[in-house]
Design a protein around this ligand. Structure first.
Ligand SMILES: NC(=O)c1ccc[n+]([C@@H]2O[C@H](COP(=O)([O-])OP(=O)(O)OC[C@H]3O[C@@H](n4cnc5c(N)ncnc54)[C@H](O)[C@@H]3O)[C@@H](O)[C@H]2O)c1
Length: 424
């Protein structure tokens, strides 16, 4: 018979492994790296910008998202949260948040369950929506009651911004959407330093592979590609960039990377990371050429960049060889290793972007939402930028928290910039 002490310890261990305690610890850990959000939380608690408003968010549900959610709730929001990706759900965090918000998400849910959660979120008839990838905004447009009630929305990622722009071009967007992704305090940091680090983290956690000395292909040299390439180079890889945009390809070349067409890289690289935001960046022609042991990874928003259907069709067997690693065996005996089933590997196999990065993304989101909630002026339907003053405020707060001071331009310098009179 176990002693009462041992029984209590076992019960506590079990509770910690399964209960909201684990989620709380993760949220606490994230909070200490998010000082800008701490200040936003305090301000929202005092000013209550969302009093009487229903907010609906479709986001990766992580500890950092919980920090954002709690700030919105402190600001008076009635919040419903669903996931923007079936893999990007931390269930311990969902449990921890479930007393304060309605959380409609399950990790590894089927696509039907995923879209059912999106529809249920729409059915709350939100006043403001926060999206990451566009699924919630697209669904809101299809819901008669909700698209009339929704005052505005924000969009967190590159792929979502291009989807919502297309929705607007098709004449099917009934409310304004702010492209939070395009704010400098989002994409220069989250897409670059966040995705750069967390994608390498996902590859390492999934495979424990040595990066040094490998030929490492980065498909897509946007901000996410800049980050992945820089971090792979930092770990000792020989980085090769594949692009379709000549300006970005030229930039990669002058940043010191090898630049090649993807079918040529397919023959020599042993790690492939897609961050293009487009379908089939890697497909049958690439799989035919890849060397034995090649690692295939996607960090673009949707699971369309590695053509998993073509990979399956080309293979003779598929088996999971480690968590988040599937081995596809080709007829000639080569083995190709797909991470996180071709979904976002930085969320699937790691924890997503670090909290210090999400501090910037969520502070930009939160202040943008508060400005929408408090504005007298209704923006027209369409895509809009985050006000430059919000990006400057977030960057300044982060600099302060990091202990960096900067100079102010003098009156003379400001006047010089405003004048056409001064020449040589
Ligand atoms: N995993 C995450 O946490 C995370 C975070 C931010 C953004 N994202 C996603 O990452 C993707 C990239 O984001 P971004 O901001 O860098 O986008 P971006 O549009 O700035 O860059 C994408 C680049 O890919 C290039 N490209 C397009 N098709 C290509 C192809 N077939 N081969 C090679 N290059 C190709 C484009 O020319 C462009 O330069 C998007 O889907 C975005 O939503 C993911």
């Amino acid at each position: 018979v176990a002693s009462p002490d041992a029984a209590a310890t076992t019960t506590r261990a079990r509770r910690e492994a399964t209960g909201s305690n684990v989620g709380e610890k993760r949220i606490r850990w994230a909070t200490q790296a998010m000082p800008v959000m701490a200040a936003v939380h305090e301000r929202f608690a005092a000013e209550r910008p969302f009093e009487g408003l229903r907010l609906a968010a479709s986001l990766a549900i992580t500890a950092e998202t919980a920090v954002f959610a709690r700030a919105a709730i402190a600001g008076g929001a009635e919040l419903t949260l669903c996931s923007c990706n079936p893999l990007a759900v931390d269930e311990a965090v969902c449990r921890a948040l479930s007393k304060e918000a309605s959380v409609l998400a399950q990790r590894h849910s089927s696509l039907e369950a995923y879209y059912e959660a999106i529809r249920a979120t729409c059915a709350t008839v939100p006043h403001l929506a926060i999206d990451d990838g566009g699924d919630l905004i697209v669904a809101l447009q299809g819901d008669r009651r909700s698209h009339r009630a929704c005052l505005a929305a924000t969009e967190e990622t590159t792929t979502g911004v291009s989807r919502i722009r297309a929705l607007h071009r098709a004449g099917r967007l009934s409310f304004p959407v702010i492209a939070v992704n395009d704010a400098p305090t989002k994409r220069l940091f989250d897409n670059r330093y966040g995705v750069g680090q967390s994608t390498i983290d996902g590859i390492l956690r999934a495979t424990n592979a040595l990066i040094a000395g490998r030929r490492f292909a980065v498909l897509g040299y946007g901000w996410a590609g800049h980050g992945v390439a820089a971090r792979a180079r930092g770990a000792g890889a020989q980085v090769i960039v594949c692009e379709v945009d000549p300006v970005r390809a030229l930039e990669a070349a002058m940043d010191g990377y090898e630049v090649m067409p993807s079918l040529s890289v397919a023959q020599i690289a042993t790690v492939f990371v897609c961050v293009t935001g487009r379908p089939r960046a890697l497909s049958a022609g690439h799989f035919e050429r890849m060397p034995d042991g090649a690692i295939l990874c996607n960090s673009g928003h949707f699971d369309v960049e590695v053509d998993v259907g073509a990979l399956r069709a080309a293979s003779v067997s598929v088996q999971e060889v480690r968590p988040f690693v599937e081995e596809y065996r080709m007829p000639d005996g080569r083995r190709l290793y797909l991470l996180a089933k071709g979904r976002l590997a930085n969320f699937g196999a790691a924890e997503g972007n670090p909290p210090a990065i999400m501090d910037l993304s969520f502070a930009t989101q939160a202040l943008t939402l508060a400005s929408l909630a408090c504005s007298e002026r209704q923006l027209p339907p369409g895509m809009h930028d985050v006000p430059a003053s919000i990006a400057a405020e977030v960057a300044q707060a982060k600099l302060n928290a990091m202990g960096f001071a900067i100079d102010q331009p003098s009156h003379e310098q400001e006047a010089y910039l405003m004048s056409w009179r001064h020449g040589t």
